[in-house]
Design a protein around this ligand. Structure first.
Ligand SMILES: C[S@@+](CC[C@H](N)C(=O)[O-])C[C@H]1O[C@@H](n2cnc3c(N)ncnc32)[C@H](O)[C@@H]1O
Ligand SMILES: [Zn+2]
Length: 268
């Protein structure tokens, strides 16, 4: 069992079928879909933080198309090589990757600040833990996790260090320099390469990089999957509207996924 704690007072939560509560009587209902909302009002930077319902629907439809399946396999294979039983996937979105990390002898929970993400995830993947919450204040006990995964999401390194047991791991998956190159060339006059290693410095205190791998996969988009990708990709909003509109009308696009997988280990 994951050591989930009360987000208000950090005492353990007694998890009953319909409600989770702590000894200080803070209580959190289990939603019909089976998830629990542990996000406190003061942890929200807007009324509906995180990705929107529309963007999450587009993400689900796109990921269901299998375009990123090789990356999911690579991440799962890497996790298979470490001895991780208690795993939290931060910024899990609609659960495509989180669900693949489940397995015998593993307790896996997905956490996302967007309620619509957790609703989608919990409806489809029933036998896992789904929490609305923030990676900036994980509702888990100190040193209670073996692995924290972050795929295309913000990193809160100090909080991961607190939550991991010594020797525990962090998996970060982030876009490589040439990720979706042709798509970005359509959207922007100048394409800035992604900088996948810029995060590594943030882990200098208490972590060491133990594995780094890159993966490039060709992606053939038809008109529908191109529109889904445009709807789920955050930086599309920075493009000039006419460029975006032109891509939305395009019959398709040949591009590539370029992913960098970084595995860091907590040393102290
Ligand atoms: C680009 S999406 C990636 C989703 C998923 N990992 C995937 O790759 O399909 C980023 C996700 O991080 C979530 N998010 C943003 N800030 C967060 C925070 N502070 N804590 C938890 N999740 C957060 C968003 O709601 C969104 O679902
Ligand atoms: Zn409490």
């Amino acid at each position: 069992m994951l050591d989930i704690v009360c987000p208000v007072c950090r005492l353990p939560l007694d998890r009953q079928a319909k409600v989770w509560s702590c000894a200080n009587r803070h209580s959190f209902d289990v939603a019909r879909e089976g998830y629990v909302n542990l996000l406190l009002a003061q942890q929200k930077n807007s009324p509906s933080p995180g990705d929107s319902a529309d963007s999450l629907q587009a993400r689900r439809a796109f990921l269901d198309g299998g375009h990123y399946a090789p990356m999911r396999e690579a991440a799962s294979a890497l996790i298979g090589q470490i001895d991780a039983h208690r795993i939290v996937d931060i910024g899990c979105g609609e659960g495509y990757y989180t669900s693949a990390f489940a397995g015998p002898q593993r307790e896996v929970a997905g956490i996302d600040i967007a309620k619509p993400a957790i609703q989608l995830a919990a409806r489809r993947y029933r036998d896992m833990g789904w929490l609305v919450g923030s990676g900036a204040a994980l509702p888990v006990a100190d040193r209670s996790l073996d692995l924290v995964t972050n795929l295309f999401t913000q990193l809160h390194v100090g909080e991961m260090r607190r939550a991991l047991q010594p020797g525990g791991h962090v998996l970060v998956v982030t876009p490589g320099a040439a990720h979706l190159q042709a798509l970005r060339a359509g959207l922007f006059e100048t394409v800035q390469p992604h900088e996948p290693d810029k995060f590594v410095g943030e882990f200098s205190d208490g972590f060491e990089l133990v594995h780094r791998e890159e993966l490039t996969v060709p992606i053939a988009l038809d008109a529908t999957s191109l529109r889904q990708l445009l709807a789920m990709t955050p930086y599309v909003w920075k493009a000039r509207p006419e460029r975006r509109a032109a891509l939305e009308q395009a019959p398709g696009l040949q591009t590539q996924g370029h992913f960098v997988l970084l595995l860091l280990q907590r040393t102290v």
